[in-house]
Design a binder for this molecule. Structure first.
Ligand code: G6P
Length: 608
């Protein structure tokens, strides 16, 4: 996501900060900015687009003098990517500047309070409340104003703050967002990511949730939220720069797989208030479902597979007919769409040409369009009537992982939301389903922890020429994605089939030793699936059973097992797909494939 960095020492701060920002480029960003204190004034420069634009504006930082500063690369969340929304943000009197990673969930309430007190907001960001709070609480004591400010913030933050009255002090604070302090000689740093610092120092201090650090040229003091000093040791980093960029993982794909529990949490948390799902941030009116009698979801690739899970969830809970279509097909089939059809488009990048074309077609036919998108400011986010962001953060590996699971997560939220709107579920059911959704991040983590055997399974099966993924209902929708992941990155042919359909033709391809991956997580349909497994076993297939923790029926039918944590079956696609992503990853690793950049594929397909 965003990257932050700060420096205080004897050198000119800006060129150092820009060097550090460049090391954070791999995270993806859409704007950057820098603020330094020079002669007791805060000077600030921001630039939309690449860090190169910031370099051009500042002569690589040399045109800004001052030995203390903070800097930021922004991945837009609240507000479009532009110079005004880029960080740092400064207080109205230009006394304070702040950089921030994370999301301040209560920023609307805080903003109202600050506006009532006369503070003027320049940006659309959640972050700007921080800098006005600092000013509001400032009584010539920087530390106190930081403490009081962070005590008001809900959500997640890693913050770096400077004050022109304190030209040798940075405060850095964190809650639910990574932050490290870099320890140098007569200079010190903070950063969101070790990558930014390893070229300058490998000595770091990790502060803990709710703590904050006072960083001067000579000293680093760490405090708890009440302002009491806490002792934190210096740790020596052993990573080199390249390893650090991938957070210590060999590939971005693995890093992004492991980031999923956190990404999913970001998609859920801001949207559940007092136990109730709210999608206010989408811009949908309260009576969105008033004249809607049908939903069409359209997308490409993995986003289409997310749409397939959405169909099951929305139809089951809201009892509204849902049609799912590939965007490239939708456009040319003269679809029957009108103002009573809610069209949902799903896209990680928000730039996929086929999906954009489908969206335009839907709008032309008079349908309201809701987009589920990751990238803020993308074409789709601008064209749609309403937008729900997935908040997955930048995804670098071509094969999507957290992009897909956050789309499915948003569809879980949307299905309960729509069901409430149309009155197909009562309050009690809604609140128990909402609790089930809140479990998804934990289940995602458990799906990783339960399956240390996956690299071994990959070693066993990496020479297969072809595989089949079978399942029923939502399990089938997950098969589509599991199978696509395998072919995308390992180049092994694979097909996903509705388990009951296999016998109508494709079973002809099942022969001795063919691997069939059987998703058997739907308790209600287990007996049916056992029959389908026996059909393939009778033709000599080997079976990799994907089963829930407590399920035993499939064990005797399987050669190997992957476990899925128990969760609400309707919402369990996220936990189910993660071991399949890992299986595809390790098979590709065994086969020495270029995992992050598979042949013939592009991250964003902007041609039809
Ligand atoms: C490309 C990517 C896929 C992705 C699809 C849709 O084909 O390789 O991973 O699922 O585009 O992308 P979108 O950005 O619209 O979700």
């Amino acid at each position: 996501m965003c990257g932050i960095v700060g420096y205080v020492g004897n050198e000119n701060a800006a060129p150092i900060l820009i060097e550090c920002l460049k090391k954070l480029e791999y995270r993806g960003y859409d704007s950057a900015g820098i603020a330094v204190i020079d002669k007791n004034e805060i000077n600030m420069v921001k630039a939309t687009g690449k860090i190169k634009n910031l370099c051009d504006k500042t002569n690589d930082g040399c045109s800004l003098s001052g030995n203390i500063g903070i800097a930021h690369t922004r991945w837009a969340t609240h507000g479009a990517p532009n110079d005004i929304n880029a960080h740092p943000h400064v207080s109205n009197n230009k006394k304070f500047a702040v950089v921030h990673n994370g999301i301040i969930e209560n920023y609307m309430d805080l903003k109202k309070e600050l506006v009532d007190k006369g503070y003027k907001f320049n940006s659309e960001t959640d972050t700007e409340v921080v800098v006005h709070l600092l000013d509001m609480y400032y009584d010539k004591d920087f530390k106190k104003s930081v403490m009081k400010t962070v005590s008001r913030l809900e959500g997640s933050y890693a913050l770096g703050v400077i004050c022109k009255d304190y030209p040798n002090t940075i405060y850095a604070a964190m809650l639910n967002s990574p932050l490290i302090i870099g320890v140098g000689v007569s200079e010190n740093y903070f950063a969101s990511d070790v990558t930014a610092l390893v070229q300058h120092t490998k000595n770091v201090i990790y502060i803990e949730e709710g703590e904050f650090a006072e960083i001067t040229r000579e000293k680093i003091n760490v405090f708890d939220c009440t302002g009491e000093p806490v002792a934190r040791e210096i740790t020596r980093i052993v990573w080199d720069v390249e390893a650090a960029e991938k957070g210590g993982y060999e590939h971005f794909m693995l890093k992004e797989i492991m980031e999923q529990p956190r990404a999913i949490k970001s998609a859920i948390e801001p949207r559940i208030k007092k136990g109730k799902i709210t999608l206010d941030d989408s811009g949908m009116p309260d009576d969105i479902m008033k004249d809607i009698n049908r939903i069409v979801i359209t997308a490409c690739g993995s986003a289409y597979h997310a749409a397939c899970t959405g169909k099951y969830m929305i139809e089951q809970l809201a009892r509204i007919p849902v049609e799912v279509d590939l965007a490239s097909e939708f456009r040319y089939r003269n679809p029957i769409i009108n103002k009573s059809t809610l069209v949902i488009v799903i896209s990680q990048s928000g730039e996929t040409a086929d999906t954009i074309a489908a969206l335009k077609e839907a709008k032309q036919l008079g349908a309201p369009v809701l987009a589920i998108v990751n990238v803020v400011g993308s074409a789709i986010s601008k064209l749609a009537d309403y937008v729900i962001y997935t908040w997955a953060g930048p995804e670098i590996a071509v094969a999507t992982t957290k992009g897909y699971t956050t789309q499915v997560t948003v569809l879980c939220l949307l299905s309960v939301f729509l069901a409430q709107k149309v009155g197909s579920i009562d309050k009690k059911t809604a609140s128990s389903l909402t609790e089930d959704i809140q479990q998804i991040p934990k289940l995602a983590q458990r799906a990783i922890d339960l399956n240390p055997q996956i690299p071994y399974l990959a070693r066993k099966y990496h020479n297969e020429r072809s595989m089949f993924f079978i399942g029923r209902n939502t399990d089938y929708a997950v098969c589509l994605e599991g199978s696509l992941k395998l072919k995308e990155i390992s180049y092994i042919h694979s097909e996903a089939y509705a388990a009951g359909e296999l016998k109508h033709g494709t079973i002809a391809l099942i022969d001795n030793d063919r691997l069939v991956v059987a998703l058997a997580c739907n308790e209600r349909l287990l007996d049916k699936l056992v029959s389908n497994i026996r059909e393939v076993k009778a033709r000599g297939a080997k079976v990799l059973g994907i089963i829930t923790e407590r399920s035993t029926k499939i064990i005797p039918e399987s050669d190997d097992i992957i476990y899925i944590p128990e969760g609400n079956t309707l919402f369990n696609a996220v936990a189910q797909v993660i071991p399949l992503q890992l299986f595809a990853y390790y098979v590709a690793l065994e086969n020495d494939c270029d995992i992050d950049k598979p042949k013939n594929l592009a991250k964003s397909v902007t041609v039809e």
